[in-house]
Design a protein around this ligand. Structure first.
Ligand code: NAD
Ligand code: MG
Length: 392
């Protein structure tokens, strides 16, 4: 029986994780569930899974949740704040932690789980983007098992040899990172300048939270994933090629020097990588329908359009620049995406905000989590000021 803490239980990944866990009550129990704004959903999840703890962000939410839990006779203890998130991520009783908080808010609790040597199911790609070096050092130091949940990275993980350590020593020539191309594939920048948040969030193949949906539409998600892959698999950006594959059936591929290319295929359903991560090195039912190749009939591939989707290039440049460039990129993107979702800037201005922030700040080499958060803060205030300036 494995005891699991789920950071970001109320989100899209959180719900899919609980769906998988509910299929295997003999294997998994829930130690803690955390959430931010959807308190009613969190209360229902606590009622159903009876965790020992639940964590929200502030005292007011904690008091509200407490009343809801008392009303449905749930004994779960309510905590709040970052310290509490770290506690439930690192508690001695916990075996595995699903890191599924969205954005920079996931960094500190995920790192707490890493430092405690837990098995990490990593959905929160932003923590690797922000602090990849520190993160991977901490994984090595604590001996924690790191399982990528992002579907592309999970696919690559599945296609790598079991003894994988360094690309050079395993005959790997390239990682091919799949991208659906998002809802605006084939569109020009002019066409994208006037799209609404709902259009940007209408992903053709995946149902996800709003932030990652906008990132998928701008290809920033692929950029963040490129940085994530560099850290996870110890490769440079030049060893990764983005392959636009609109059907989202091949989730990524590994190319070897002998000419072999291994791919992982499946229906676009996050319960597959989640079940893989939970059960690894075994496999178990994820509730996902069998892939029907005859129904799919064809698979298409094209190059990414870096001209109309500048976010991918910005991310790739930030990866090459190193230091705190990826953390700055990530922070500026979070601020810009929120401003777009709030109707304050246009979709194509997201890249403009990120570009302006990266070129307006001096890059540093953060050597601690505090230093990373300092870069993050600086980038957020620069982006916010820039947005105020361009807002129409
Ligand atoms: P979501 O918006 O649906 O859920 C986010 C979760 O984080 C919620 O439980 C929310 O309560 C919590 N949260 C948000 N802000 C918080 C804060 N400030 N403090 C504490 N908790 C907070 O997002 P999602 O789509 O489930 O994505 C979660 C993470 O997984 C992201 O990093 C995303 O990039 C990654 N991911 C998601 C998918 C997907 O299919 N949804 C695929 C790959 C990777
Ligand atoms: Mg992905």
């Amino acid at each position: 029986m494995q005891s699991i803490t789920l950071l970001g239980a109320t989100g899209s990944i959180g719900e899919s994780t609980l769906d998988v866990i509910a299929r295997h009550p003999d294997k998994y129990s829930v130690f803690a569930l955390t959430g931010h704004q959807q308190l009613e959903k969190l209360a229902l999840q606590c009622q159903r899974f009876q965790p020992q703890f639940t964590v929200v962000n502030d005292a007011k939410s904690a008091a509200q949740l407490q009343i809801m839990l008392a009303a449905n006779n749930t004994k779960t203890e309510v905590l709040y704040g970052t310290e509490a998130l770290c506690q439930v991520a690192s508690a001695a009783q916990v075996d595995g932690v699903m890191a599924a908080i969205v954005g920079a808010a996931g960094l500190v609790p995920t790192m707490a789980a890493v430092k405690a040597g837990k098995k990490i199911l990593l959905a929160n790609k932003e923590s690797l983007v922000m602090a990849g070096g520190l993160f991977m050092d901490a994984v090595k130091a604590s001996g924690s098992e790191l399982l990528p949940i992002d579907s592309e990275h999970n696919a690559i993980f599945q296609c790598l040899p079991a003894n994988y350590e360094q690309a050079e020593t395993n005959g790997i020539s390239k990682l091919l990172l799949s991208a659906s191309g998002g809802p605006f594939r084939g569109w020009s920048a002019e066409q994208m300048a006037v799209v609404t948040p709902d259009q940007a969030c209408a992903h053709p193949n995946w149902s996800m939270g709003r932030k990652i949906s906008v990132d998928s539409a701008s290809l920033m998600n692929k950029g963040l994933e490129l940085i994530e892959a560099c850290w996870l698999f110890a490769v440079t950006p030049s060893q990764i090629e983005v392959v636009v594959h609109p059907q989202s059936v091949i989730h990524s591929l590994v190319q070897y020097v002998d000419g072999s290319v291994l791919a992982q295929l499946g229906n676009p359903d996050m319960r597959t990588p989640i079940a893989y991560g939970l059960a690894w090195p075994d496999r178990m039912d994820a509730g996902v329908a069998e892939l029907d190749l005859f129904d799919i009939a064809r698979l298409d591939f094209e190059r990414a359009d870096l001209v109309n989707f500048p976010c991918l290039q910005l991310a790739s440049d930030a990866a090459a620049a190193g230091g705190d460039a990826p953390a700055i990129l990530n922070a500026a993107n979070e601020i810009a995406v929120q401003a777009f979702l709030d109707g304050r800037i246009g979709f194509t201005q997201i890249a403009e905000v990120v570009d302006n922030t990266l070129s307006g700040l001096e890059l540093g080499e953060p050597d601690s989590l505090d230093a990373v958060q300092e870069s993050d803060k600086k980038a957020r205030s620069h982006s916010a000021a820039y947005i105020t300036g361009i807002e129409s």
